[in-house]
Design a protein around this ligand. Structure first.
Ligand code: GLY
Length: 333
């Protein structure tokens, strides 16, 4: 078991990574909590014991459940049960659960403590760490949310044993991102060490830029194209698969702009392939349509911002010309 800390002054919190980490729940429960509202999904089936009076609240599966109606339902159920602001919400699941329950915890009674028991690889290396919570609106993903740091995060590797392979691979897409944020030798590490290395990397970034005023944006490496592919809705890609394509695309774009050499592009491709993830934009994709989604703006604009690799590592690079982006999207190296 590896114990880590997200250092945020008085809001610092432990992250435990390892097989059976969920059994540390009682130990990290906020002092004085008399009740725990466990928020999970039917399919998750990861029992937890908070050691105090508790009740389970189920939310539906999938991105559709990550919505305001679910938050309202949760808050109303908490209230009917009598959950107070001294009690605790325990989110048990992947990113949909931690984002939604985290947001419900952020707004219920203007904020109650939340503990995330992350049961997917994606949630363990990304979603559950760093305090971003929120839900989707019909107008777009994650449009409503709050920064609400958990009191603790338990990344139980046992829960990954029953994760569908496609779901696990999706987490590897987020994991691959960390290789370019400075985590070296990721593929030589045990799963426990690899998850911990990603958490440590994210924790360091969040500690210096909790509210994404600067450095935290680098955690979105590969995500500009990934979000466009996901929003386009026609490609049947999981988040991590879309990120994998986005990472290789970002490397090719950086190469095209003279920021990195061809070997760095190969490095991106090799890592993504080693994780058995896709490297290329799906066949038949329309570069113009993807470009429009990347600028999040239907009005004509001939510049776009990306996170790109370069001599000084990853940086936010504004003003990348549309014709260059279209060229690289269209397959030019
Ligand atoms: N998933 C990116 C972040 O937490 O900032």
């Amino acid at each position: 078991m590896i114990d880590l800390t997200v250092e945020l002054g008085e809001r610092s919190y432990p992250v435990v990574v390892g097989g059976g980490a969920r059994h540390r729940l009682l130990e990290v429960l906020p002092t004085g909590a008399r009740r725990a509202a466990i928020v999970t999904q039917e399919a998750v089936q990861v029992p937890v014991d908070p050691g105090v009076e508790h009740r389970t609240f189920l939310i539906d599966d999938g991105e559709e459940a990550k919505c305001m109606e679910t938050v309202e339902e949760l808050c109303r159920s908490f209230s009917r049960w009598g959950l107070t602001r001294n009690d605790v919400v325990v989110a048990v699941g992947g990113g949909v659960v931690t984002d939604t329950a985290g947001f419900a915890a952020a707004v219920y009674h203007r904020g109650v403590p939340v503990i995330h028991v992350a049961t997917t690889l994606l949630a363990q290396v990304d979603a559950a760490i760093g305090g971003k919570t929120g839900v989707n609106l019909p107008e777009g993903k994650n449009l409503v949310g709050a920064f609400w740091q958990p009191s603790a995060v338990l990344c139980d590797l046992e829960t990954l044993e029953t994760l569908p392979p496609a779901e696990y691979r999706s987490g590897l897409g987020e994991m691959a991102k960390y290789a370019f944020l400075g985590v070296t030798g990721l593929r030589d590490l045990s799963l426990e060490e690899a998850v911990a290395a990603c958490v440590r990397c994210k924790a360091e970034v969040v500690a210096v830029d909790e509210r994404e005023g600067g450095r935290r944006a680098l955690l979105n490496y590969g995500h500009t194209l990934a979000h466009a592919l996901e929003t386009a809705g026609q490609y049947d890609l999981r988040h991590g698969e879309a990120v994998a394509i986005g990472l290789v695309f970002a490397a090719r774009l950086a190469h095209r702009l003279g920021r990195v050499g061809a070997e760095r592009v190969d490095e991106h491709r090799r890592l993504v392939l080693a994780y058995e993830l896709p490297t290329e934009v799906p066949e038949g994709a329309d570069p113009e349509a993807l470009y429009e989604l990347m600028t999040k703006d239907k009005k004509a604009t001939d510049r776009c911002t990306f996170i790109l690799d370069g001599p000084a590592g990853l940086e936010v690079v504004p003003g990348v010309a549309k014709d260059v982006v279209l060229d690289v999207l269209g397959g030019a190296a």
